[in-house]
Design a protein. Structure first.
Length: 421
């Protein structure tokens, strides 16, 4: 016999012995000695103990004691005793109230495994062992230490059930334990936990899903259709952790999301995926709608991949202002990688490309660009000359001093009215 079965049998025996003791009190004190009160107070601890073990079913014992008490009173007086009836009713009320309180307290501390236990106990065959294991959660799931023990022993069913617990600390501990496991059955509840009201649980669920890798990909990608934007952007973060072609495809779709924050998280996630995402991003940047192209440009900037620099520079000359701005921001985020290509772009045939390339170089502040920017001060287009002058001024130091000397000395850049800065 298992230890748990022995416990249940023991409490049943104790309850029967206590009921017998109450019966002896009733017959000995009340019937034999004529004492009708005081001793009945001893019934209440018995009823409370029964309520702790049997919940509202303790009312059965209370009803038995009440009927016994009223019966003895009626036998002795020849008529029903109102006081005895009142005490009998109070027995039942105390049992019901105590049982209800205990049930509520238990409901606060037990997990969703209790529901699984009640159903699995009805099954036969190979699930009987599973039912016994889950049933053990009823007493074990009382704190964070118990949840951590589930993680140590690999109790996947218990951890999954705990993700639905009312206590956020226990949900957090369960998600944390699942982060170190590879379990497909944990993926759906972890995806649901991305929308948990507790921030820590949400992040631990995201961490767990990211570490599960490709096994979690289908369910995570499907969650991009969630109506909750908070869930969608966390899904984007997880997809970036998972990586690969499937995650890239899903994140490319997320770049068209109506929520700006979701798009920004998808951009960063694609940047973390890196070179594998560059090809699909360049494809979207070349033929997508304006908003998708801007998002693709931002994602390309996060990748810091040199293969994206040429297309981004070419986009600096487009008429739609949103595209050149997005391309310029992406080139800036690439840092020193884009300096030499931008220096080459200062001789591009398109005015817009030369002008914006000069501005980006000024913001990057790389001294290698100073000589080329000086030469651009003689550009035939005043907007390009102005951009080059502002770039040199922004770089400060020797570049700014050279600029002042050129202006004071009547250089070709400032030598006539139509070509001045």
């Amino acid at each position: 016999m298992s230890g748990e079965g022995h416990l249940y049998r023991t409490r049943d025996v104790v309850t029967l012995l206590l009921a017998a003791a109450c019966t002896a009190l009733e017959l000995g004190l009340h019937l034999a000695m004529g004492i009708s009160v005081v001793y009945t107070h001893l019934y209440y601890p018995v009823l409370v103990l029964a309520a702790f073990w049997y919940r509202e079913k303790a009312a059965i014992l209370a009803a038995y004691l009440g009927i016994l008490h009223v019966s003895v009173s009626t036998w002795m007086s020849g008529a029903p005793d109102t006081a005895a009836i009142g005490r009998a009713v109070l027995f039942v009320v105390v049992a019901l109230v105590a049982g209800h309180i205990v049930a509520r307290m238990e409901g606060d501390s037990r997990s969703a495994a209790e529901y699984l236990v009640s159903r699995s106990q009805r099954l036969r065959g190979p699930l009987s062992a599973l039912a016994r294991n889950i049933h053990g959660l009823r007493t074990d799931l009382g704190g964070i230490s118990a949840v951590r023990k589930m993680g140590e022993t690999g109790d996947m069913a218990g951890l999954v059930a705990t993700l639905g617990h009312r206590d956020p600390d226990l949900r957090y501990a369960a998600a944390e334990a699942l982060a170190g496991m590879e379990a497909k059955e944990a993926v759906p509840p972890l995806v649901r936990a991305l929308g948990d009201p507790h921030q820590g649980v949400r992040w631990k669920a995201a961490e767990a899903l990211g570490r599960m890798g490709r096994d979690a990909l289908p369910a995570v990608a499907a969650a991009l259709e969630s109506p909750d934007a908070d869930v969608r952007w966390r899904v984007a973060v997880v997809l970036g952790d998972i990586g690969g072609a499937g995650a890239t495809e899903a994140l490319i779709r997320a770049l068209r999301d109506d929520d700006r924050y979701v798009r920004s998280r998808a951009e960063q996630a694609l940047g973390r995926i890196g070179p594998d995402a560059v090809g699909p991003l360049l494809d979207l940047f070349g033929r997508g709608d304006p908003r998708a192209r801007q998002a693709a440009a931002a994602a390309l900037g996060w990748t810091r991949d040199p293969a994206a620099i040429g297309p981004l520079i070419a986009a600096l000359g487009e008429e739609d202002p949103g595209i050149p701005e997005a391309a310029a921001a992406a080139l800036e985020s690439m840092g020193q990688r884009s300096v030499e290509p931008l220096m080459g772009a200062l001789s591009h045939p398109q005015t817009g490309v030369r002008q914006r390339a000069a501005g980006i170089l000024g913001r990057l502040g790389d001294p290698r660009a100073v000589p080329v920017l000086r030469a651009v001060l003689s550009d035939p287009d005043p907007a390009v000359r102005h951009a080059a002058g502002e770039a040199l001024a922004a770089m400060g130091g020797e570049a700014l001093e050279d600029l002042f000397r050129m202006i004071a000395g009547g250089s070709p850049a400032g030598g006539n009215g139509d070509q001045g800065l």
